[in-house]
Design a protein around this ligand. Structure first.
Ligand code: SAH
Length: 274
């Protein structure tokens, strides 16, 4: 893998596939990463409570609304959205294996008639201009970058439509070198909350609300379910360097979080298109 950084495992694969270099190796990595993340309910930090809280700031929805969930993964948060909204929801993710599981999850909840998953890329979304009432995206916009996503996706929103995004952010102006270096390498666009809010405003949205995701979104809902999944995975792929590196990255990231969680985390940003 190009970088020893979990956070961008998805992103590295994405870029590597695009550049088509060493294709067979990257396809293998890609499959392993998909398999690993398919085994857990969420592919990023979050919780049902947080999804519902973010939704509470959004007041334009009816049973005719069109909602998109971009970088939906296997649909953990999409199903929560489905239970608390009436309109239709289109989940989009780059990885077909995640969309397959998304469909299974929609069927389990019996919402498959209004909640559909499609394979596609967030830099080439299949929506019409001003078609959407709400754009949702948890822990995924980093794949094209916060500012770029805010700017490019805006055209798909109706005037007065909402965007709700969770994004890695700094809580303080300064932080220890170890965590600073980790993030600058993994995601150089990580920034402080006020700077992210300004970016949202400059992109043409009213910054309606923002809040920090509580720690349990990382511990209970993201890292804890991985502990068992990692053991199963390592047993299955014993001696496989790619698999071992993937798990080592995950564990390293979890360790960094426990050490430096006062300096960074995920923040939900909710904006309304002018
Ligand atoms: N929203 C989910 C998944 C977050 S992980 C959750 O919170 O659980 C980030 C997701 O973005 C992954 O599912 C990954 O497959 C997807 N992704 C990465 N690059 C993408 C792209 N270019 N277009 C669409 N989805 C992408």
């Amino acid at each position: 893998m190009a970088k020893n950084r979990l956070y961008h495992d998805f992103n590295n694969i994405n870029l590597n596939i695009m550049s088509n270099e060493n294709k067979s190796i990257h396809e293998f990595e890609f499959e392993l990463i998909c398999e690993y993340f398919s085994g857990i309910e969420r592919q990023g930090p979050g919780s049902p409570e947080v999804t519902i809280k973010a939704l509470s700031f959004i007041d334009n929805l009816t049973n005719e609304s069109h909602i998109a969930d971009i970088g939906c993964g296997t649909g953990g948060q999409t199903m929560v959205l489905a239970e608390h909204t009436q309109g239709d929801i289109t989940g989009i993710d780059l990885f077909p294996a995640f969309i397959d599981l998304f469909h299974v999850n929609a069927c389990k909840l019996n919402v498959q008639n209004r909640v559909k998953g499609i394979v596609g890329s967030m830099d080439n979304l299949p929506f019409q201009s001003e078609e959407l009432d709400l754009i949702w995206s948890e822990g995924a916009i980093y794949n094209i970058g916060f500012e770029r996503g805010l700017n490019e996706w805006k055209k798909f929103l109706k005037k007065g439509g909402y965007i709700a995004i969770s994004e890695a952010s700094w809580f303080t102006e300064e932080r220890p070198a170890e965590i600073n270096t980790f993030w600058k390498d993994a995601y150089p666009e990580i920034d402080t909350i006020p700077n992210k809010v300004i970016q949202m405003q400059k992109a043409g949205y009213i910054p309606v609300a923002n809040f920090i995701l509580p720690e349990n979104c990382w511990t209970e809902h993201f890292y804890k379910p991985q502990v068992e999944a990692q053991e199963v995975f390592l047993r299955k792929y014993k001696g496989n360097q790619v698999a071992e590196e993937l798990i080592a990255n995950q564990r390293h990231e979890a360790l960094l979080y426990s050490k430096y969680k006062m300096y960074y985390g995920y923040v939900f940003y909710i904006g309304k298109k002018l």
